[in-house]
Design a protein around this ligand. Structure first.
Ligand code: S3P
Length: 168
């Protein structure tokens, strides 16, 4: 835990189904910070669902949107941000998170994540092999960005938000 890094902008990073939004909401409440879900902000701002954006414009278009919406947050204070699992795919987003956010990686077992996302319409939740390989491919990037790492296969979102809250 980097005690010196400012914590007025907290980003939860990690794969689909790692519980970023659930833990983020609980944490924001405890800290009395504003909770922001980047995926939801994009959907609201664009007036389209994420599957629709992927289908109509493709993944790289979506990655540019992520960068645009993330950029708008870099001067905000007292926020907890739940990022999308693919935020580390673009170097621009990676650098912005590194420079402006305290990043908490919710790691865990990708098989758990796959099960948890069963009834969702995530465009990159294809087969379980694809999903698990994608997690392996991204894991180093999440790690490189992390200021704190918590295992969401072991802890519940409530416990995760408590641990972070008391660490601070
Ligand atoms: C994605 C994860 C999703 C969403 C989009 C792409 C990814 O967010 O941003 O479907 O590339 O892993 P969650 O991590 O909230 O599922």
């Amino acid at each position: 835990l980097d005690k010196a890094k400012p914590k007025n902008r907290i980003a939860l990073i990690g794969f689909m189904g790692s519980g970023k939004s659930t833990a983020g909401k609980l944490l924001a409440k405890k800290l009395d910070y504003q909770f922001i879900d980047l995926d939801k902000s994009i959907e609201k701002g664009e007036g389209k669902g994420i599957p629709e954006i992927f289908n109509n414009f493709g993944e790289s278009y979506f990655r540019n949107l992520e960068y645009r919406y993330l950029s708008e947050l870099k001067d905000k204070n007292r926020i907890v941000l739940a990022t999308g699992g693919g935020i580390v795919e673009s170097q621009y987003c990676f650098d912005m998170l590194k420079d402006y956010f305290f990043n908490i990686f919710l790691c865990g077992n990708p098989e758990d994540f796959f099960r948890r996302t069963e009834n969702s319409s995530r465009p990159l939740r294809k087969g379980s092999n694809f999903f698990i390989n994608l997690y392996r491919k991204r894991k180093d990037k999440y790690l490189m960005l992390s200021d704190l790492i918590l295992n969401s296969s072991i802890y519940t979102p409530e416990e995760i938000s408590d641990i972070i809250y008391y660490e601070f």
